[in-house]
Design a protein around this ligand. Structure first.
Ligand code: HEC
Ligand code: HEC
Ligand code: HEC
Ligand code: HEC
Ligand code: HEC
Length: 190
């Protein structure tokens, strides 16, 4: 009786259980795929902020909010106080602005979700690219025309290297001014 029961589990339940586990693994693999592979990854953000409206239509300079691009390793994401330079007056009655004002008055940082993120073992510096004239578009796509940011380039090592080896052709607008980027391991893994 005991053994029969076990046999039944092994013959019927076990294959079913394994099947369910395989499906679950496959599903989580597929669901999280874009996040790992990068391209297309578009997390939902805590406030419906639009680059198309602010950087595109209102023509606010990227540097007004991403203050680090010319002088630091990180571009930086603006704090609520930068938004409040305008939104202490603009559109204060709108639901998304009410959320913004609440983060600001509570002193809670807005929990923006990162779209582009390298592992700690790789070194990238915005300023050394941006001051050479390399436009954001080459790495982040046409942000000024995007309602919501999604990943346009997966920063696998090969993506960095393919531009570093062929900067003239990848950045034709910079002409002969631009040198190739470094390809030694220690330049990017410090
Ligand atoms: C040569 C490619 C390249 C260029 C050009 C570039 N970025 Fe980036 N950007 C990256 C990479 C790679 C990351 C991820 C960095 C990390 O995780 O350390 C990133 C991350 C960011 C982030 C997330 C926050 C941060 O500081 O890491 C912002 C915001 C950003 N970039 C804005 C910009 C803006 C604005 C410009 C143009 C002025 C620009 N980037 C130009 C490659 C680039
Ligand atoms: C230089 C001024 C300025 C700055 C800085 C600014 N905004 Fe705006 N924002 C505006 C204006 C003006 C509008 C309204 C545009 C319109 O009427 O179509 C707007 C509209 C919006 C809206 C749409 C509101 C709605 O529902 O109609 C949101 C959300 C928003 N901003 C969020 C932000 C956030 C978050 C920041 C900071 C990261 C920010 N804004 C920074 C000027 C600014
Ligand atoms: C008014 C402020 C403002 C301006 C102007 C602005 N941004 Fe942003 N940017 C933000 C905020 C807030 C976020 C975080 C929310 C999001 O991802 O939409 C962000 C996120 C980003 C990211 C994704 C960062 C990450 O990895 O999570 C990139 C890339 C970026 N901006 C590029 C640009 C570029 C390029 C321009 C100019 C064409 C620009 N931004 C202009 C406020 C701004
Ligand atoms: C669109 C082209 C392009 C892409 C993509 C790109 N780079 Fe570069 N990078 C350059 C060029 C061009 C230089 C050399 C600039 C100069 O010195 O004239 C450079 C220089 C560098 C340097 C040396 C300067 C410094 O900051 O120490 C490092 C490190 C670097 N890149 C890392 C990266 C990493 C990591 C990535 C990928 C996440 C990347 N780059 C993606 C074009 C690119
Ligand atoms: C231009 C910058 C750059 C150079 C040069 C470079 N790497 Fe990388 N490397 C990266 C980036 C960016 C990643 C991916 C980071 C991430 O996944 O977040 C990476 C990832 C890796 C990984 C993890 C596995 C993988 O492929 O994602 C290893 C191992 C590695 N690099 C070794 C090396 C060695 C060895 C060299 C020299 C032959 C080298 N790298 C040169 C930028 C560089």
């Amino acid at each position: 009786m005991e053994k029969q029961h076990l046999d039944r589990i092994l013959k019927i339940r076990l294959p079913i259980t394994i099947g369910v586990i395989l499906v679950a693994v496959a599903l989580t693999f597929l669901i999280s795929k874009s996040e790992r592979d990068g391209v297309g990854y578009q997390p939902e953000q805590p406030i419906k902020y639009s680059h198309l409206l602010h950087a595109g239509q209102l023509k606010i300079d990227c540097k007004y909010c991403h203050t680090g691009v010319e002088k630091a390793r990180h571009a930086g994401v603006p704090s609520a106080s930068i938004c409040m330079n305008c939104h202490s007056v603009a559109r204060r009655d709108r639901p998304e602005i009410i959320k913004l004002v609440k983060y600001y008055t509570d002193g809670t940082p807005i929990p923006w979700k990162r779209v582009y993120k390298l592992g700690d073992f790789a070194y990238f510096n915005h300023s050394s690219h941006v001051v050479k004239g390399i436009n954001c578009v080459h790495c982040h796509g046409d942000v000024a025309n995007a309602e919501v940011i999604s990943q346009k380039m997966s920063f696998r090592m090969s993506q960095c290297l393919s531009c570093h080896r062929d900067a003239h052709n990848r950045l034709p607008e910079l002409g002969d001014k631009i040198k190739n980027g470094p390809v030694n391991c220690s330049n990017c893994h410090r």
